[in-house]
Design a protein around this ligand. Structure first.
Ligand SMILES: Nc1ncnc2c1ncn2[C@@H]1O[C@H](COP(=O)(O)OP(=O)(O)OP(=O)(O)O)[C@@H](O)[C@H]1O
Ligand SMILES: [Mg+2]
Length: 401
């Protein structure tokens, strides 16, 4: 295979330094609130709740104080077992007063609570671009939230969310757009996105790369080996190409982009393609089994060009989990992880000891280093939603588990 080395690339081959910076408008176009307007019918059910200043201030605040999910006006007992700025100490007579932070964004909070109920009681949260995947360990390693407090706890604990809030325009082209405007951080309308929880079968998730409005390559997303994928390759590729041509090819505002799809088997004889996310055609998007240099050198206009569908092979190191723990660079030390893993009772305990833990970590120089829904498994939305008119189906059985 032609593998150019970074120092001396063969003549005419692009290196990572040739990667053009994405425009700020492209970053906005890849934000959920933006693309959801175009592709509502081909993705799962969701609610987009625009931020209020009160909620943004709350997210930016230090410390984690959560709303009381079961406010009891009769009681003055502040020890509800949730995170509180007060360090509860049984020997201490004078407890600090707990102040429910949601009073400062009451309308937003009520909308979040209502959305969770409307979406069936469990949601997957994210902001415009990122989900708090690095914080999932706190509530048991999944991002399944059944209360507003679950959502806020994840958002406030996640470095990925901080990145969305503070660094969305990092490494972008800061020139004016076609209208002569330079988008600034303040121009971003942030929103909380709540997606109906789905028990996703990750083996049938794929990432698709588009250059010049042409599909150039596809990779599986779950970096494990699945033999059924090899057998179903041709069918999966046909479904993805059909989906791209039908829904995205002519409608997405940019010529280059990356989209994620989910292709579960909904009934025994049918697979259906769902749009999961749209990502910038930029270094910040993980190319998974490809490298960006490879993708940069793909030319869909070359004669005989065929998009490559790459899977993890049986003997690839990734298939044996040698690649390192996911999000490990963003995780907290083991004692914090242990507290999160031990279940709700320990989370309460952990909350009460939060300040103490942080102080200990600081003392040791270890402070934060970076400072399928309740319906059918695999199904992505209610049949009765009325939004369910999109998607590409193939009357062929796939070997999805
Ligand atoms: N509604 C949902 N319910 C359960 N899991 C979901 C849901 N939506 C997405 N997921 C899972 O979370 C993964 C990441 O979702 P998403 O792409 O929205 O987050 P992200 O922060 O953009 O992640 P990435 O950087 O990997 O693209 C999906 O591939 C899927 O496995
Ligand atoms: Mg994504």
């Amino acid at each position: 295979m032609d593998t150019p080395s970074a120092s001396t690339p063969p003549k005419g081959k692009k290196t990572i330094n040739d990667f053009p910076k994405p425009t700020r408008q492209h970053i906005i176009n890849c934000g959920f609130p933006e693309w959801y307007k175009l592709y509502r019918s081909i993705t799962g059910r969701a609610r987009v709740i625009p931020f209020t200043q009160g909620f943004l201030d709350y997210l930016n605040e230090d410390g984690i104080v959560l709303p009381d999910e079961n406010p009891n006006p009769q009681s003055n007992d502040t020890d509800s077992g949730i995170f509180s700025s007060a360090t509860t100490n049984d020997d201490d007579d004078d407890e600090d007063e707990y102040e429910d932070p949601s009073y400062r964004f009451a309308e937003f909070h009520a909308t979040v609570r209502a959305a969770i109920t409307q979406l069936g009681g469990a949601v997957y949260p994210k902001l415009n671009w990122s989900a708090p995947k690095d914080a999932g360990f706190i509530i048991g390693n999944v991002l399944k939230c059944t209360s507003a407090s679950d959502v806020y706890l994840l958002l406030k604990s996640s470095n990925f969310i901080t990145h969305d809030l503070e660094h969305a325009f990092d490494d972008t082209d800061d020139g004016p757009d076609m209208g002569g405007n330079v988008l600034k951080q303040e121009d971003i309308q942030y929103a909380l996105v709540l997606r109906k929880w789905v028990e996703v079968i990750t083996s049938v998730e794929f990432r698709v790369f588009v250059k010049g409005r042409k599909l150039v390559c596809v990779t599986q997303r779950d970096m494990n080996y699945y033999d059924f994928l090899e057998e179903g390759k041709v069918e999966f590729m046909a479904l993805i190409e059909e989906f791209f041509e039908k829904y995205l090819e002519k409608t997405f505002p940019d010529d280059d982009f990356v989209f994620d799809v989910y292709i579960p088997k909904t009934i025994v004889t049918e697979s259906r393609v769902w749009l999961v996310d749209i990502n910038p055609f930029a270094i910040r998007t993980d190319p998974l089994t490809f490298s960006w240099t490879e993708i940069l050198n793909m030319d869909p206009n070359e004669e005989g060009f065929e998009p490559e569908f790459r899977l993890i092979g049986r003997n690839d190191p990734e298939a044996y989990g040698f690649a390192g723990a996911q999000y490990s660079a963003h995780k907290l030390p083991q004692e914090v992880v242990d507290a999160g893993n031990a279940g709700p009772a320990s989370i309460g305990e952990f909350a009460r000891n939060w300040k103490e833990i942080v102080q200990q970590l600081e003392g040791a120089g270890l402070e934060d280093s970076s400072s399928n829904e309740e319906e059918e498994e695999g199904e992505i939305k209610d049949e009765d939603e009325g939004e369910d008119d999109g998607g590409v189906k193939l009357d062929k059985k796939t070997d999805a588990p």
